[in-house]
Design a protein around this ligand. Structure first.
Ligand SMILES: O=C(O)CCC(=O)C(=O)O
Ligand SMILES: [Fe+2]
Length: 252
């Protein structure tokens, strides 16, 4: 059976790839099909209900695909794998599928980066975010520091923008443009897909008290070669036969 499309037509050529590699992130606005958005919201609401019901071990947000067949079906969806391979090359592994739903009043996340093969730039780790209902600046929005991923620093940490500016950003420059680093608050229309190299500095602003839940999920893929701290796959799930995902779920 042919999989239903999840993405509309999009351009990912040399220019888009260069932008992603220069900035560390790339926004693909409105890429998800309406059908995918509808199915995703249903799946993400289900995960939210499991969290509310106190389900644990594994945690429904961290191991989301293990709890929902639609989320699972996207791990090896042909369009997802094409996109991941356009960025990472042929040899990839699935790393995690984590829900990022942010209900009204959610506190967001402070500045951070993620680890993977700090000493080997040939091993990439890509985060593919689906922002189903998008976000406005200052309302559960993603913030980035273009170029920060070039440092492959897994330990970037700051609570506020000011703190990041005065600490990690203070003595560094964008290594390709030689410009000072700047914090960029993003906005995204509904159905947006965002790509991000895992070492990029990023944070999320709080969701406003009157805003509806921000529905979002991240699928992460990497070139195998190192252990991965974010690899949320249970031992049993690693052995599960998922059509199209043969060989994708193992660490190496
Ligand atoms: O919630 C978000 O938009 C981003 C969350 C995040 O930092 C991540 O998944 O790495
Ligand atoms: Fe993150």
């Amino acid at each position: 059976m042919q999989a239903e499309p999840i993405f509309k037509a999009y351009e990912f050529g040399a220019q888009e790839k260069a932008q992603l590699n220069r900035d560390g992130n790339l926004i693909l606005p409105g890429l998800l099909t309406p059908e995918a958005c509808e199915a995703l919201v249903a799946s993400l609401s289900k995960i939210e209900d499991l969290i509310t019901a106190g389900v644990k071990d594994p945690l429904p947000n961290r191991n989301a695909a293990e709890y929902d067949s639609y989320l699972e079906s996207l791990i090896a969806h042909p369009q997802m794998l094409t996109l991941a391979r356009q960025v990472l090359g042929e040899d990839i592994r699935f790393d995690h599928c984590v829900t990022l739903n942010r209900p009204s009043g959610n506190q967001g996340v402070s500045w951070h980066s993620h680890e993977y093969a700090e000493d080997d730039p040939s091993l990439g780790f890509l985060r593919i975010f689906f922002y189903i209902n998008g976000f406005e600046t200052d309302d559960g929005n993603l913030k980035v520091v273009p170029g920060s991923h070039h440092y492959r620093d897994a330990e970037i940490k700051a609570i506020t923008d000011e703190e990041l500016t005065q600490s990690w950003l203070a003595d560094k420059k964008h290594p390709l443009t030689n410009e000072p680093f700047v914090i960029e608050p993003l906005s995204a229309p509904p159905a947006t897909v965002a790509l991000m190299w895992t070492h990029a500095a990023h944070a999320v602003n709080p969701r406003l008290p009157d805003s509806p839940t921000r529905w979002a999920v991240v699928y992460a893929y990497r070139n195998p070669g190192r252990p991965s701290r974010a690899r949320w796959i249970t031992e049993a799930y690693e052995k599960k036969l998922i059509p199209g995902a043969e060989g994708l779920l193992s660490l190496y």
